[in-house]
Ligand binder design. Structure first.
Ligand SMILES: [Zn+2]
Length: 333
């Protein structure tokens, strides 16, 4: 059987889109980026990051999947662009297959953590590439009938159901799971990168970042989404007797292959391990980098008391750290 590609386009009938239409779309996006504002700091940092190393690192993960490693959808530095209107550091756009960054937000994060800007950029690049290299596809977006108001965008586990005519009909599924897995893996890859590139920043700053990743008392974006993934791994590993590492690999593989978790056979299997309510929350709750508590209802539904005590203490600290400042003040008062 032919291997699938890392990124694919289908029409509404589920058939592959015309390659000519896709090529035209890609060159339009490329031209727009070429003509857009360039941020000197972004250019400088992107030139410093070893994109070849990252590409190779992400490509390695595809070896054990049904996706052709040569088709890896890695975004080159020239496909990064600036968007200062974003209220967060940036995103990978499935539609345009490029990465948008807000240098102002990244600069603020660098200030907040007292880390060199390069490190925040590296962390950001790894996170967004992590989405891009996961199975992505656009269904019903282009095609000969012209742009359709209803289309589907897949990004790893997450599937976005668009409706351009009626925004109330738009929704995202499995978004929190996708973010948790993606960010958990990103932090591992960032540290691997720094080990392989000891001159990227000085050693003291590498150690500082490592300490930040390990510190559950300082809230970092998606700490609770990561916690969700860790509880799921802990739970599945206990229930099945399979090692946590193997459960993690299986979850990662599903993300890279864009596995459809709404499928009935998967749901039937998942009901043996998780409540109906949890599975429904997992499907419908949506993450937001500016709303750190989005994953909290899922953590509560999973019942922390049955979790490994050491992991439980770490997660309780993260939940505490994710509370908005007003509530922290309230607790202190
Ligand atoms: Zn993300």
């Amino acid at each position: 059987m032919a291997m699938r590609r890392s990124r694919e386009y289908y029409n509404l009938q589920g058939l592959p889109d015309d390659p000519g239409i896709i090529a035209a779309r890609e060159s339009k996006v490329r031209k727009e980026i070429h003509e857009s504002e360039r941020d000197p700091e972004m250019e400088q940092v992107l030139a410093k990051i070893d994109f070849e190393w990252l590409k190779h690192r992400f490509g390695r993960d595809l070896i054990h999947t049904d996706i052709d490693p040569n088709s890896l959808n890695f975004i080159p530095a020239e496909m990064f662009t600036v968007d200062r209107t974003l209220d967060h550091q940036g995103l990978y756009s499935v539609t345009d297959n490029h990465i948008l960054a807000n240098p102002d937000v990244l600069r603020n994060h660098a200030k907040r953590w007292q880390l060199p800007a390069e490190l925040l950029w590296l962390w950001f690049v790894v996170h967004e590439e992590g989405h891009a290299v996961s199975k992505s596809d656009c269904t019903g977006m282009f095609g000969e009938e012209g742009d359709s108001p209803n289309y589907l965008l897949r990004r790893g586990y997450s599937l976005y159901h668009a409706n351009d005519e009626d925004v109330s009909e738009e929704y995202d599924t499995y978004d929190i799971l996708e973010e948790g897995l993606n960010e958990k893996r990103s932090r591992v890859i960032v540290l691997e990168y720094l080990q392989a590139h000891p001159d990227f920043v000085d050693r003291a700053n590498t150690e500082k970042l490592k300490a930040l990743f390990a510190d559950d008392h300082r809230h970092k974006v998606y700490d609770l989404e990561i916690s969700l993934v860790e509880i799921m791994i802990d739970h599945l590993s206990r229930e099945t007797g399979v090692s946590p590492q193997t459960v993690w690999q299986a979850m990662l593989r599903g993300k890279l292959e864009g596995e459809d978790l709404a499928r009935s056979d998967f749901q039937e299997l998942a009901r043996q391990f998780f409540s109906e309510k949890f599975l429904e929350q997992l499907r419908t709750e949506v993450s937001d980098p500016n709303k750190p508590l989005q994953a909290l209802p899922l953590l509560k539904e999973l019942n922390l008391t049955s979790v490994d005590p050491m992991l439980r203490r770490r997660i309780e600290a993260r939940i505490q750290a994710a509370q908005p400042p007003e509530e922290e003040l309230g607790l202190a008062a």
